[in-house]
Design a protein around this ligand. Structure first.
Ligand code: SF4
Length: 353
């Protein structure tokens, strides 16, 4: 066999390029709207106008599945009208909406349920309005610190090369005495954010997982190795760093899988990245609605969603989810906690849920 095969570098995960781009006419009145329009033209993308970012109805595709796949490669540039922020416990006080939707294809992603029939990606151009609303929320809680989560409805790092919104948000929060930002990503395209004036007010988190989970359930995202390298760069730029291990999935060999995840983080992170490090742990959960959608969109998924094997946890408004039974949840929490403290004794585990 040719040795060339072995020496060839592994290609890096591609940066997102939509196939179709829609603009609300008013979006063109904002510099960000114009900038994205120019970018789309330069890239030779198919451009359409739409009356509202909530009403993209003519997406191509012969089947529901095809329409879904195309929607995931469709970008809609519009204006965020609702400036009331949702709460975002336990990781922050509020979700800050700079984008909605994601090009990733994680089988378990809750956006499939929350975005329903509109899985396309929306970027909002009226950042001044969004930042103005954030300022108001901060003011209401002063002198308490108010934390904003920017990745509740999207993966904003994966869109930064198009929108530039995350850098704006990071620099805005850098100037807020009582405001803090956090977001999580599965993408490694962090370059545009490395020189942002963050003033350590932004916690940059990466979503990581056991090899089995990344390989089977996270198509369309950056590889583990790429995420770790990006985490090193981010730490080098002085950002407080964090990892979210989510969803934690019970699978054959899970102990080896999660032990090896922590081992790799320990081996590969530069020392500076291990200071002020946080972990958030989220076990896999699903609703009946999510299960139905996932089975349609990813019919061959190996994701275990057997209600019989789970515990039903009641939630807000009488809508519950299926989580692991206590015995399994405790085993996962205890084992992963031990592994974290064994490798990173100074890290903080913010929660297990
Ligand atoms: S990267 Fe995050 S937001 Fe995107 S599909 Fe995966 S889980 Fe969902």
């Amino acid at each position: 066999m040719s040795t060339e095969l072995f020496s060839r570098p592994v290609p890096s995960s591609a940066i997102f390029l939509p196939e179709l781009v829609y603009f609300e006419p008013d979006a063109m009145n904002y510099p960000k709207g114009q900038h994205i329009y120019e970018w789309a033209k330069q890239q030779g993308l198919e451009i359409h106008m739409t009356t509202s970012h909530n009403q993209i109805r003519d997406l191509p595709g012969d089947s529901e599945l095809e329409k879904y796949r195309i929607a995931k490669r469709t970008l809609v540039v519009g204006i965020r009208k609702t400036l009331k922020f949702e709460t975002s416990k336990p990781s922050a006080e509020y979700a800050i909406p700079i984008a909605t939707g994601c090009m990733g294809h994680c089988h378990y992603c809750y956006l499939q349920t929350t975005m329903g029939a509109k899985p396309y990606i929306r970027i909002y151009v009226n950042m001044d309005d969004i930042l103005g609303a954030a300022k108001q929320y901060i003011k209401e809680r002063e002198p308490e610190i108010t934390r904003f989560e920017a990745a509740c409805t999207s993966d904003p790092v994966g869109l930064e090369h198009i929108s530039g919104s995350l850098k704006q948000l990071i620099e805005f929060m850098g100037q807020q005495k009582y405001g803090r930002l956090r977001f999580v990503t599965k993408y490694h395209h962090v370059e545009p954010l490395l020189d942002a004036k963050h003033n350590k007010h932004t916690r940059f988190r990466f979503s990581v997982n056991a090899d089995y989970v990344i390989k089977n359930f996270e198509p369309g995202t950056s590889k583990f190795q790429e995420r770790i390298e990006a985490a090193g760069k981010v730490a080098h730029s002085g950002y407080p760093l964090g990892f979210i291990i989510a969803p934690i999935i019970w699978h054959e060999g899970w102990e080896e899988g999660y032990a090896s995840l922590l081992e790799q983080l320990y081996k590969e992170l530069p020392v500076e990245a291990t200071k002020d490090l946080t972990f958030e742990l989220i076990q896999h959960r699903f609703t009946k609605t999510a299960k139905n959608i996932i089975e349609k969109r990813y019919p061959k998924t190996k994701l275990e969603m057997d209600e019989e094997k789970r515990k039903y946890k009641w939630g807000k408004y009488g809508k519950g989810k299926y989580v692991y039974k206590d015995e399994q949840a405790n085993a996962l929490r205890e084992f992963i906690t031990e592994q974290i403290f064994d490798k990173f004794p100074d890290a903080k585990i913010e929660y297990f849920t």
